[in-house]
Design a protein around this ligand. Structure first.
Ligand SMILES: Cc1cc2nc3c(=O)[nH]c(=O)nc-3n(C[C@H](O)[C@H](O)[C@H](O)COP(=O)(O)OP(=O)(O)OC[C@H]3O[C@@H](n4cnc5c(N)ncnc54)[C@H](O)[C@@H]3O)c2cc1C
Length: 396
């Protein structure tokens, strides 16, 4: 990789996207690199718990950390901007306001965007799910709906992880509300695809006798202000439609020549280097690895560290190292009714496991943003020990 000449004597690293993957990459660079992280939003967001905003169990401030502070602590520069194109051969990227940044190596960690699969009306009438702001809006709309008299119905499109965690939060807060029903629509044959089948059965068992219906194998064909239509011909009444059906690649990948067609994730080598440009590495959800990998936060964190190491190797003319994912168990929350610990084909289910999910959240947030003073450290210790007690002591 050739190093561009300018007044900055250190190698210049541009990291686009400063959430799980991008931040993890940045944190491993020392001050001997000029690292600039660019993200459209000022907040790091802990996405695996955003569903809890629907019930008010969590507030937005619990799930957000200021990027400027996290990046400054790592000794780097944070720029709030939206990158509109990366000119890899020129070693330059440009933002929506026309600012340009030159780089010797670029790490792209831009995640994905909501995918409505071209379903008519979905962009307009269904609320997307994958951010703090989106879930705050859904939480407000649910609260307003619950206050309204008469029959009300919510439709969740997507019976995967996000859809089922959303359902759990709705049941946590609103299961006592009369005449509030929830329909879950899933295009595939069962809920929580990719997990052991008994999870589908466990979720359905928790919903027996409640105002919940499941429509599996039923792709949605259209969404209108008060209806969700299915390919089967059914038409579901909906006062509030949530869209949790998936994500696709952001247009930036195509606009920067990293892919050949819209909606493709960026192909990378086993060392996470773009297959199109040697000076670009793609990590996290945006990357298409030679062997497909679940789009999970813990893989994004691992890829961040690996790509940063490979950037250093590449700039020093050394051989790159292949990314070796280290899978972790999954914790799937179902409101206060249950939590599933999934490791390969094994499943343990218990509402008490919510404390373990809480501990993972608290520890990782504290690692990202270590408490700076004694009261903050004490508050963290208190939260952790409460989570641990709930896990191990009966009756909590
Ligand atoms: C509701 C939900 C629940 C989840 N639950 C879990 C879970 O339980 N466990 C788990 O491991 N994973 C979970 N995930 C998946 C996990 O959140 C993702 O795998 C992870 O966020 C991917 O990290 P990333 O850094 O690649 O992308 P992201 O976290 O999506 O970050 C991408 C960043 O890039 C920025 N960006 C995008 N385009 C541009 C641009 N053009 N210019 C500047 N900035 C840009 C965005 O603002 C964003 O900050 C969940 C995801 C969701 C949405």
């Amino acid at each position: 990789m050739r190093r561009a000449q300018n007044r900055e004597s250190r190698p210049r690293i541009a990291i686009v996207g400063a959430n799980f993957a991008g931040l993890a990459a940045a944190r491993t660079f020392g001050r001997d690199y000029a690292v600039t992280l660019i993200d459209s939003s000022p907040w790091f967001e802990w996405l695996p718990n955003v569903h809890e905003l629907l019930s008010g169990t969590r507030r937005p401030a619990d799930l957000r950390l200021p990027r400027a502070r996290l990046v400054a602590r790592a000794g780097h520069r944070f720029v709030r901007a939206t990158v509109t194109a990366i000119d890899a051969p020129a070693g330059r990227l440009v933002t929506a306001t026309g600012r340009q940044f030159e780089f010797d190596a670029c790490i792209l960690a831009v995640g994905g965007v909501n995918d409505t699969f071209g379903v008519r009306g979905a962009d307009r009438y269904a609320l997307p799910f994958g951010s703090v702001d989106a879930c705050v809006l859904i939480g407000r709309r649910l609260a307003a709906l619950a206050r309204r008299p008469g029959r009300r119905s919510v439709v969740i499109v997507g019976g995967g992880l996000e859809g089922i965690e959303a359902l759990g939060e709705i049941l946590r807060k609103y299961r006592q509300v009369d005449d509030l029903s929830v329909d879950v629509v899933e295009a595939g044959p069962r809920l929580l695809a990719g997990t052991p089948p008994r999870l589908d059965a466990a979720v359905r068992a928790h919903c027996e006798g409640r105002n919940v219906r499941f429509f599996t194998g039923s792709p949605v064909t259209a969404v209108t202000p008060h209806r969700v239509r299915l390919r089967s011909g059914e038409s579901l009444r909906s006062d509030l439609t949530l869209w949790t059906a998936g994500a696709t690649a952001p247009p930036l990948l195509l606009d920067s020549g990293l892919v050949d067609a819209p909606r493709q994730w960026a192909p990378v080598t086993r060392a996470l280097r773009s297959r199109k440009f040697d000076n670009v590495f793609v990590i996290g959800d945006a990357a298409a690895l030679p062997r497909p990998l679940a789009k999970q936060a813990f893989f994004a964190l691992q890829m961040g560290a690996c790509a940063a190491d490979n950037v250093r190797r590449s700039l020093a003319g050394r051989a790159l190292r292949n990314f070796r994912p280290s899978p972790k168990p999954m914790l799937i929350a179902f409101g206060d009714l249950d939590t599933f610990f999934v490791s390969g084909r094994s499943v343990i289910a218990s509402p008490r496991l919510a404390a373990l999910k809480e501990a993972v959240f608290q520890v990782t947030m504290a690692e990202l943003d270590p408490p700076l003073n004694a009261p903050a450290a004490q508050a963290l210790t208190g939260r952790l020990s409460r989570a641990a007690r709930r896990l191990v002591l009966p009756g909590w």
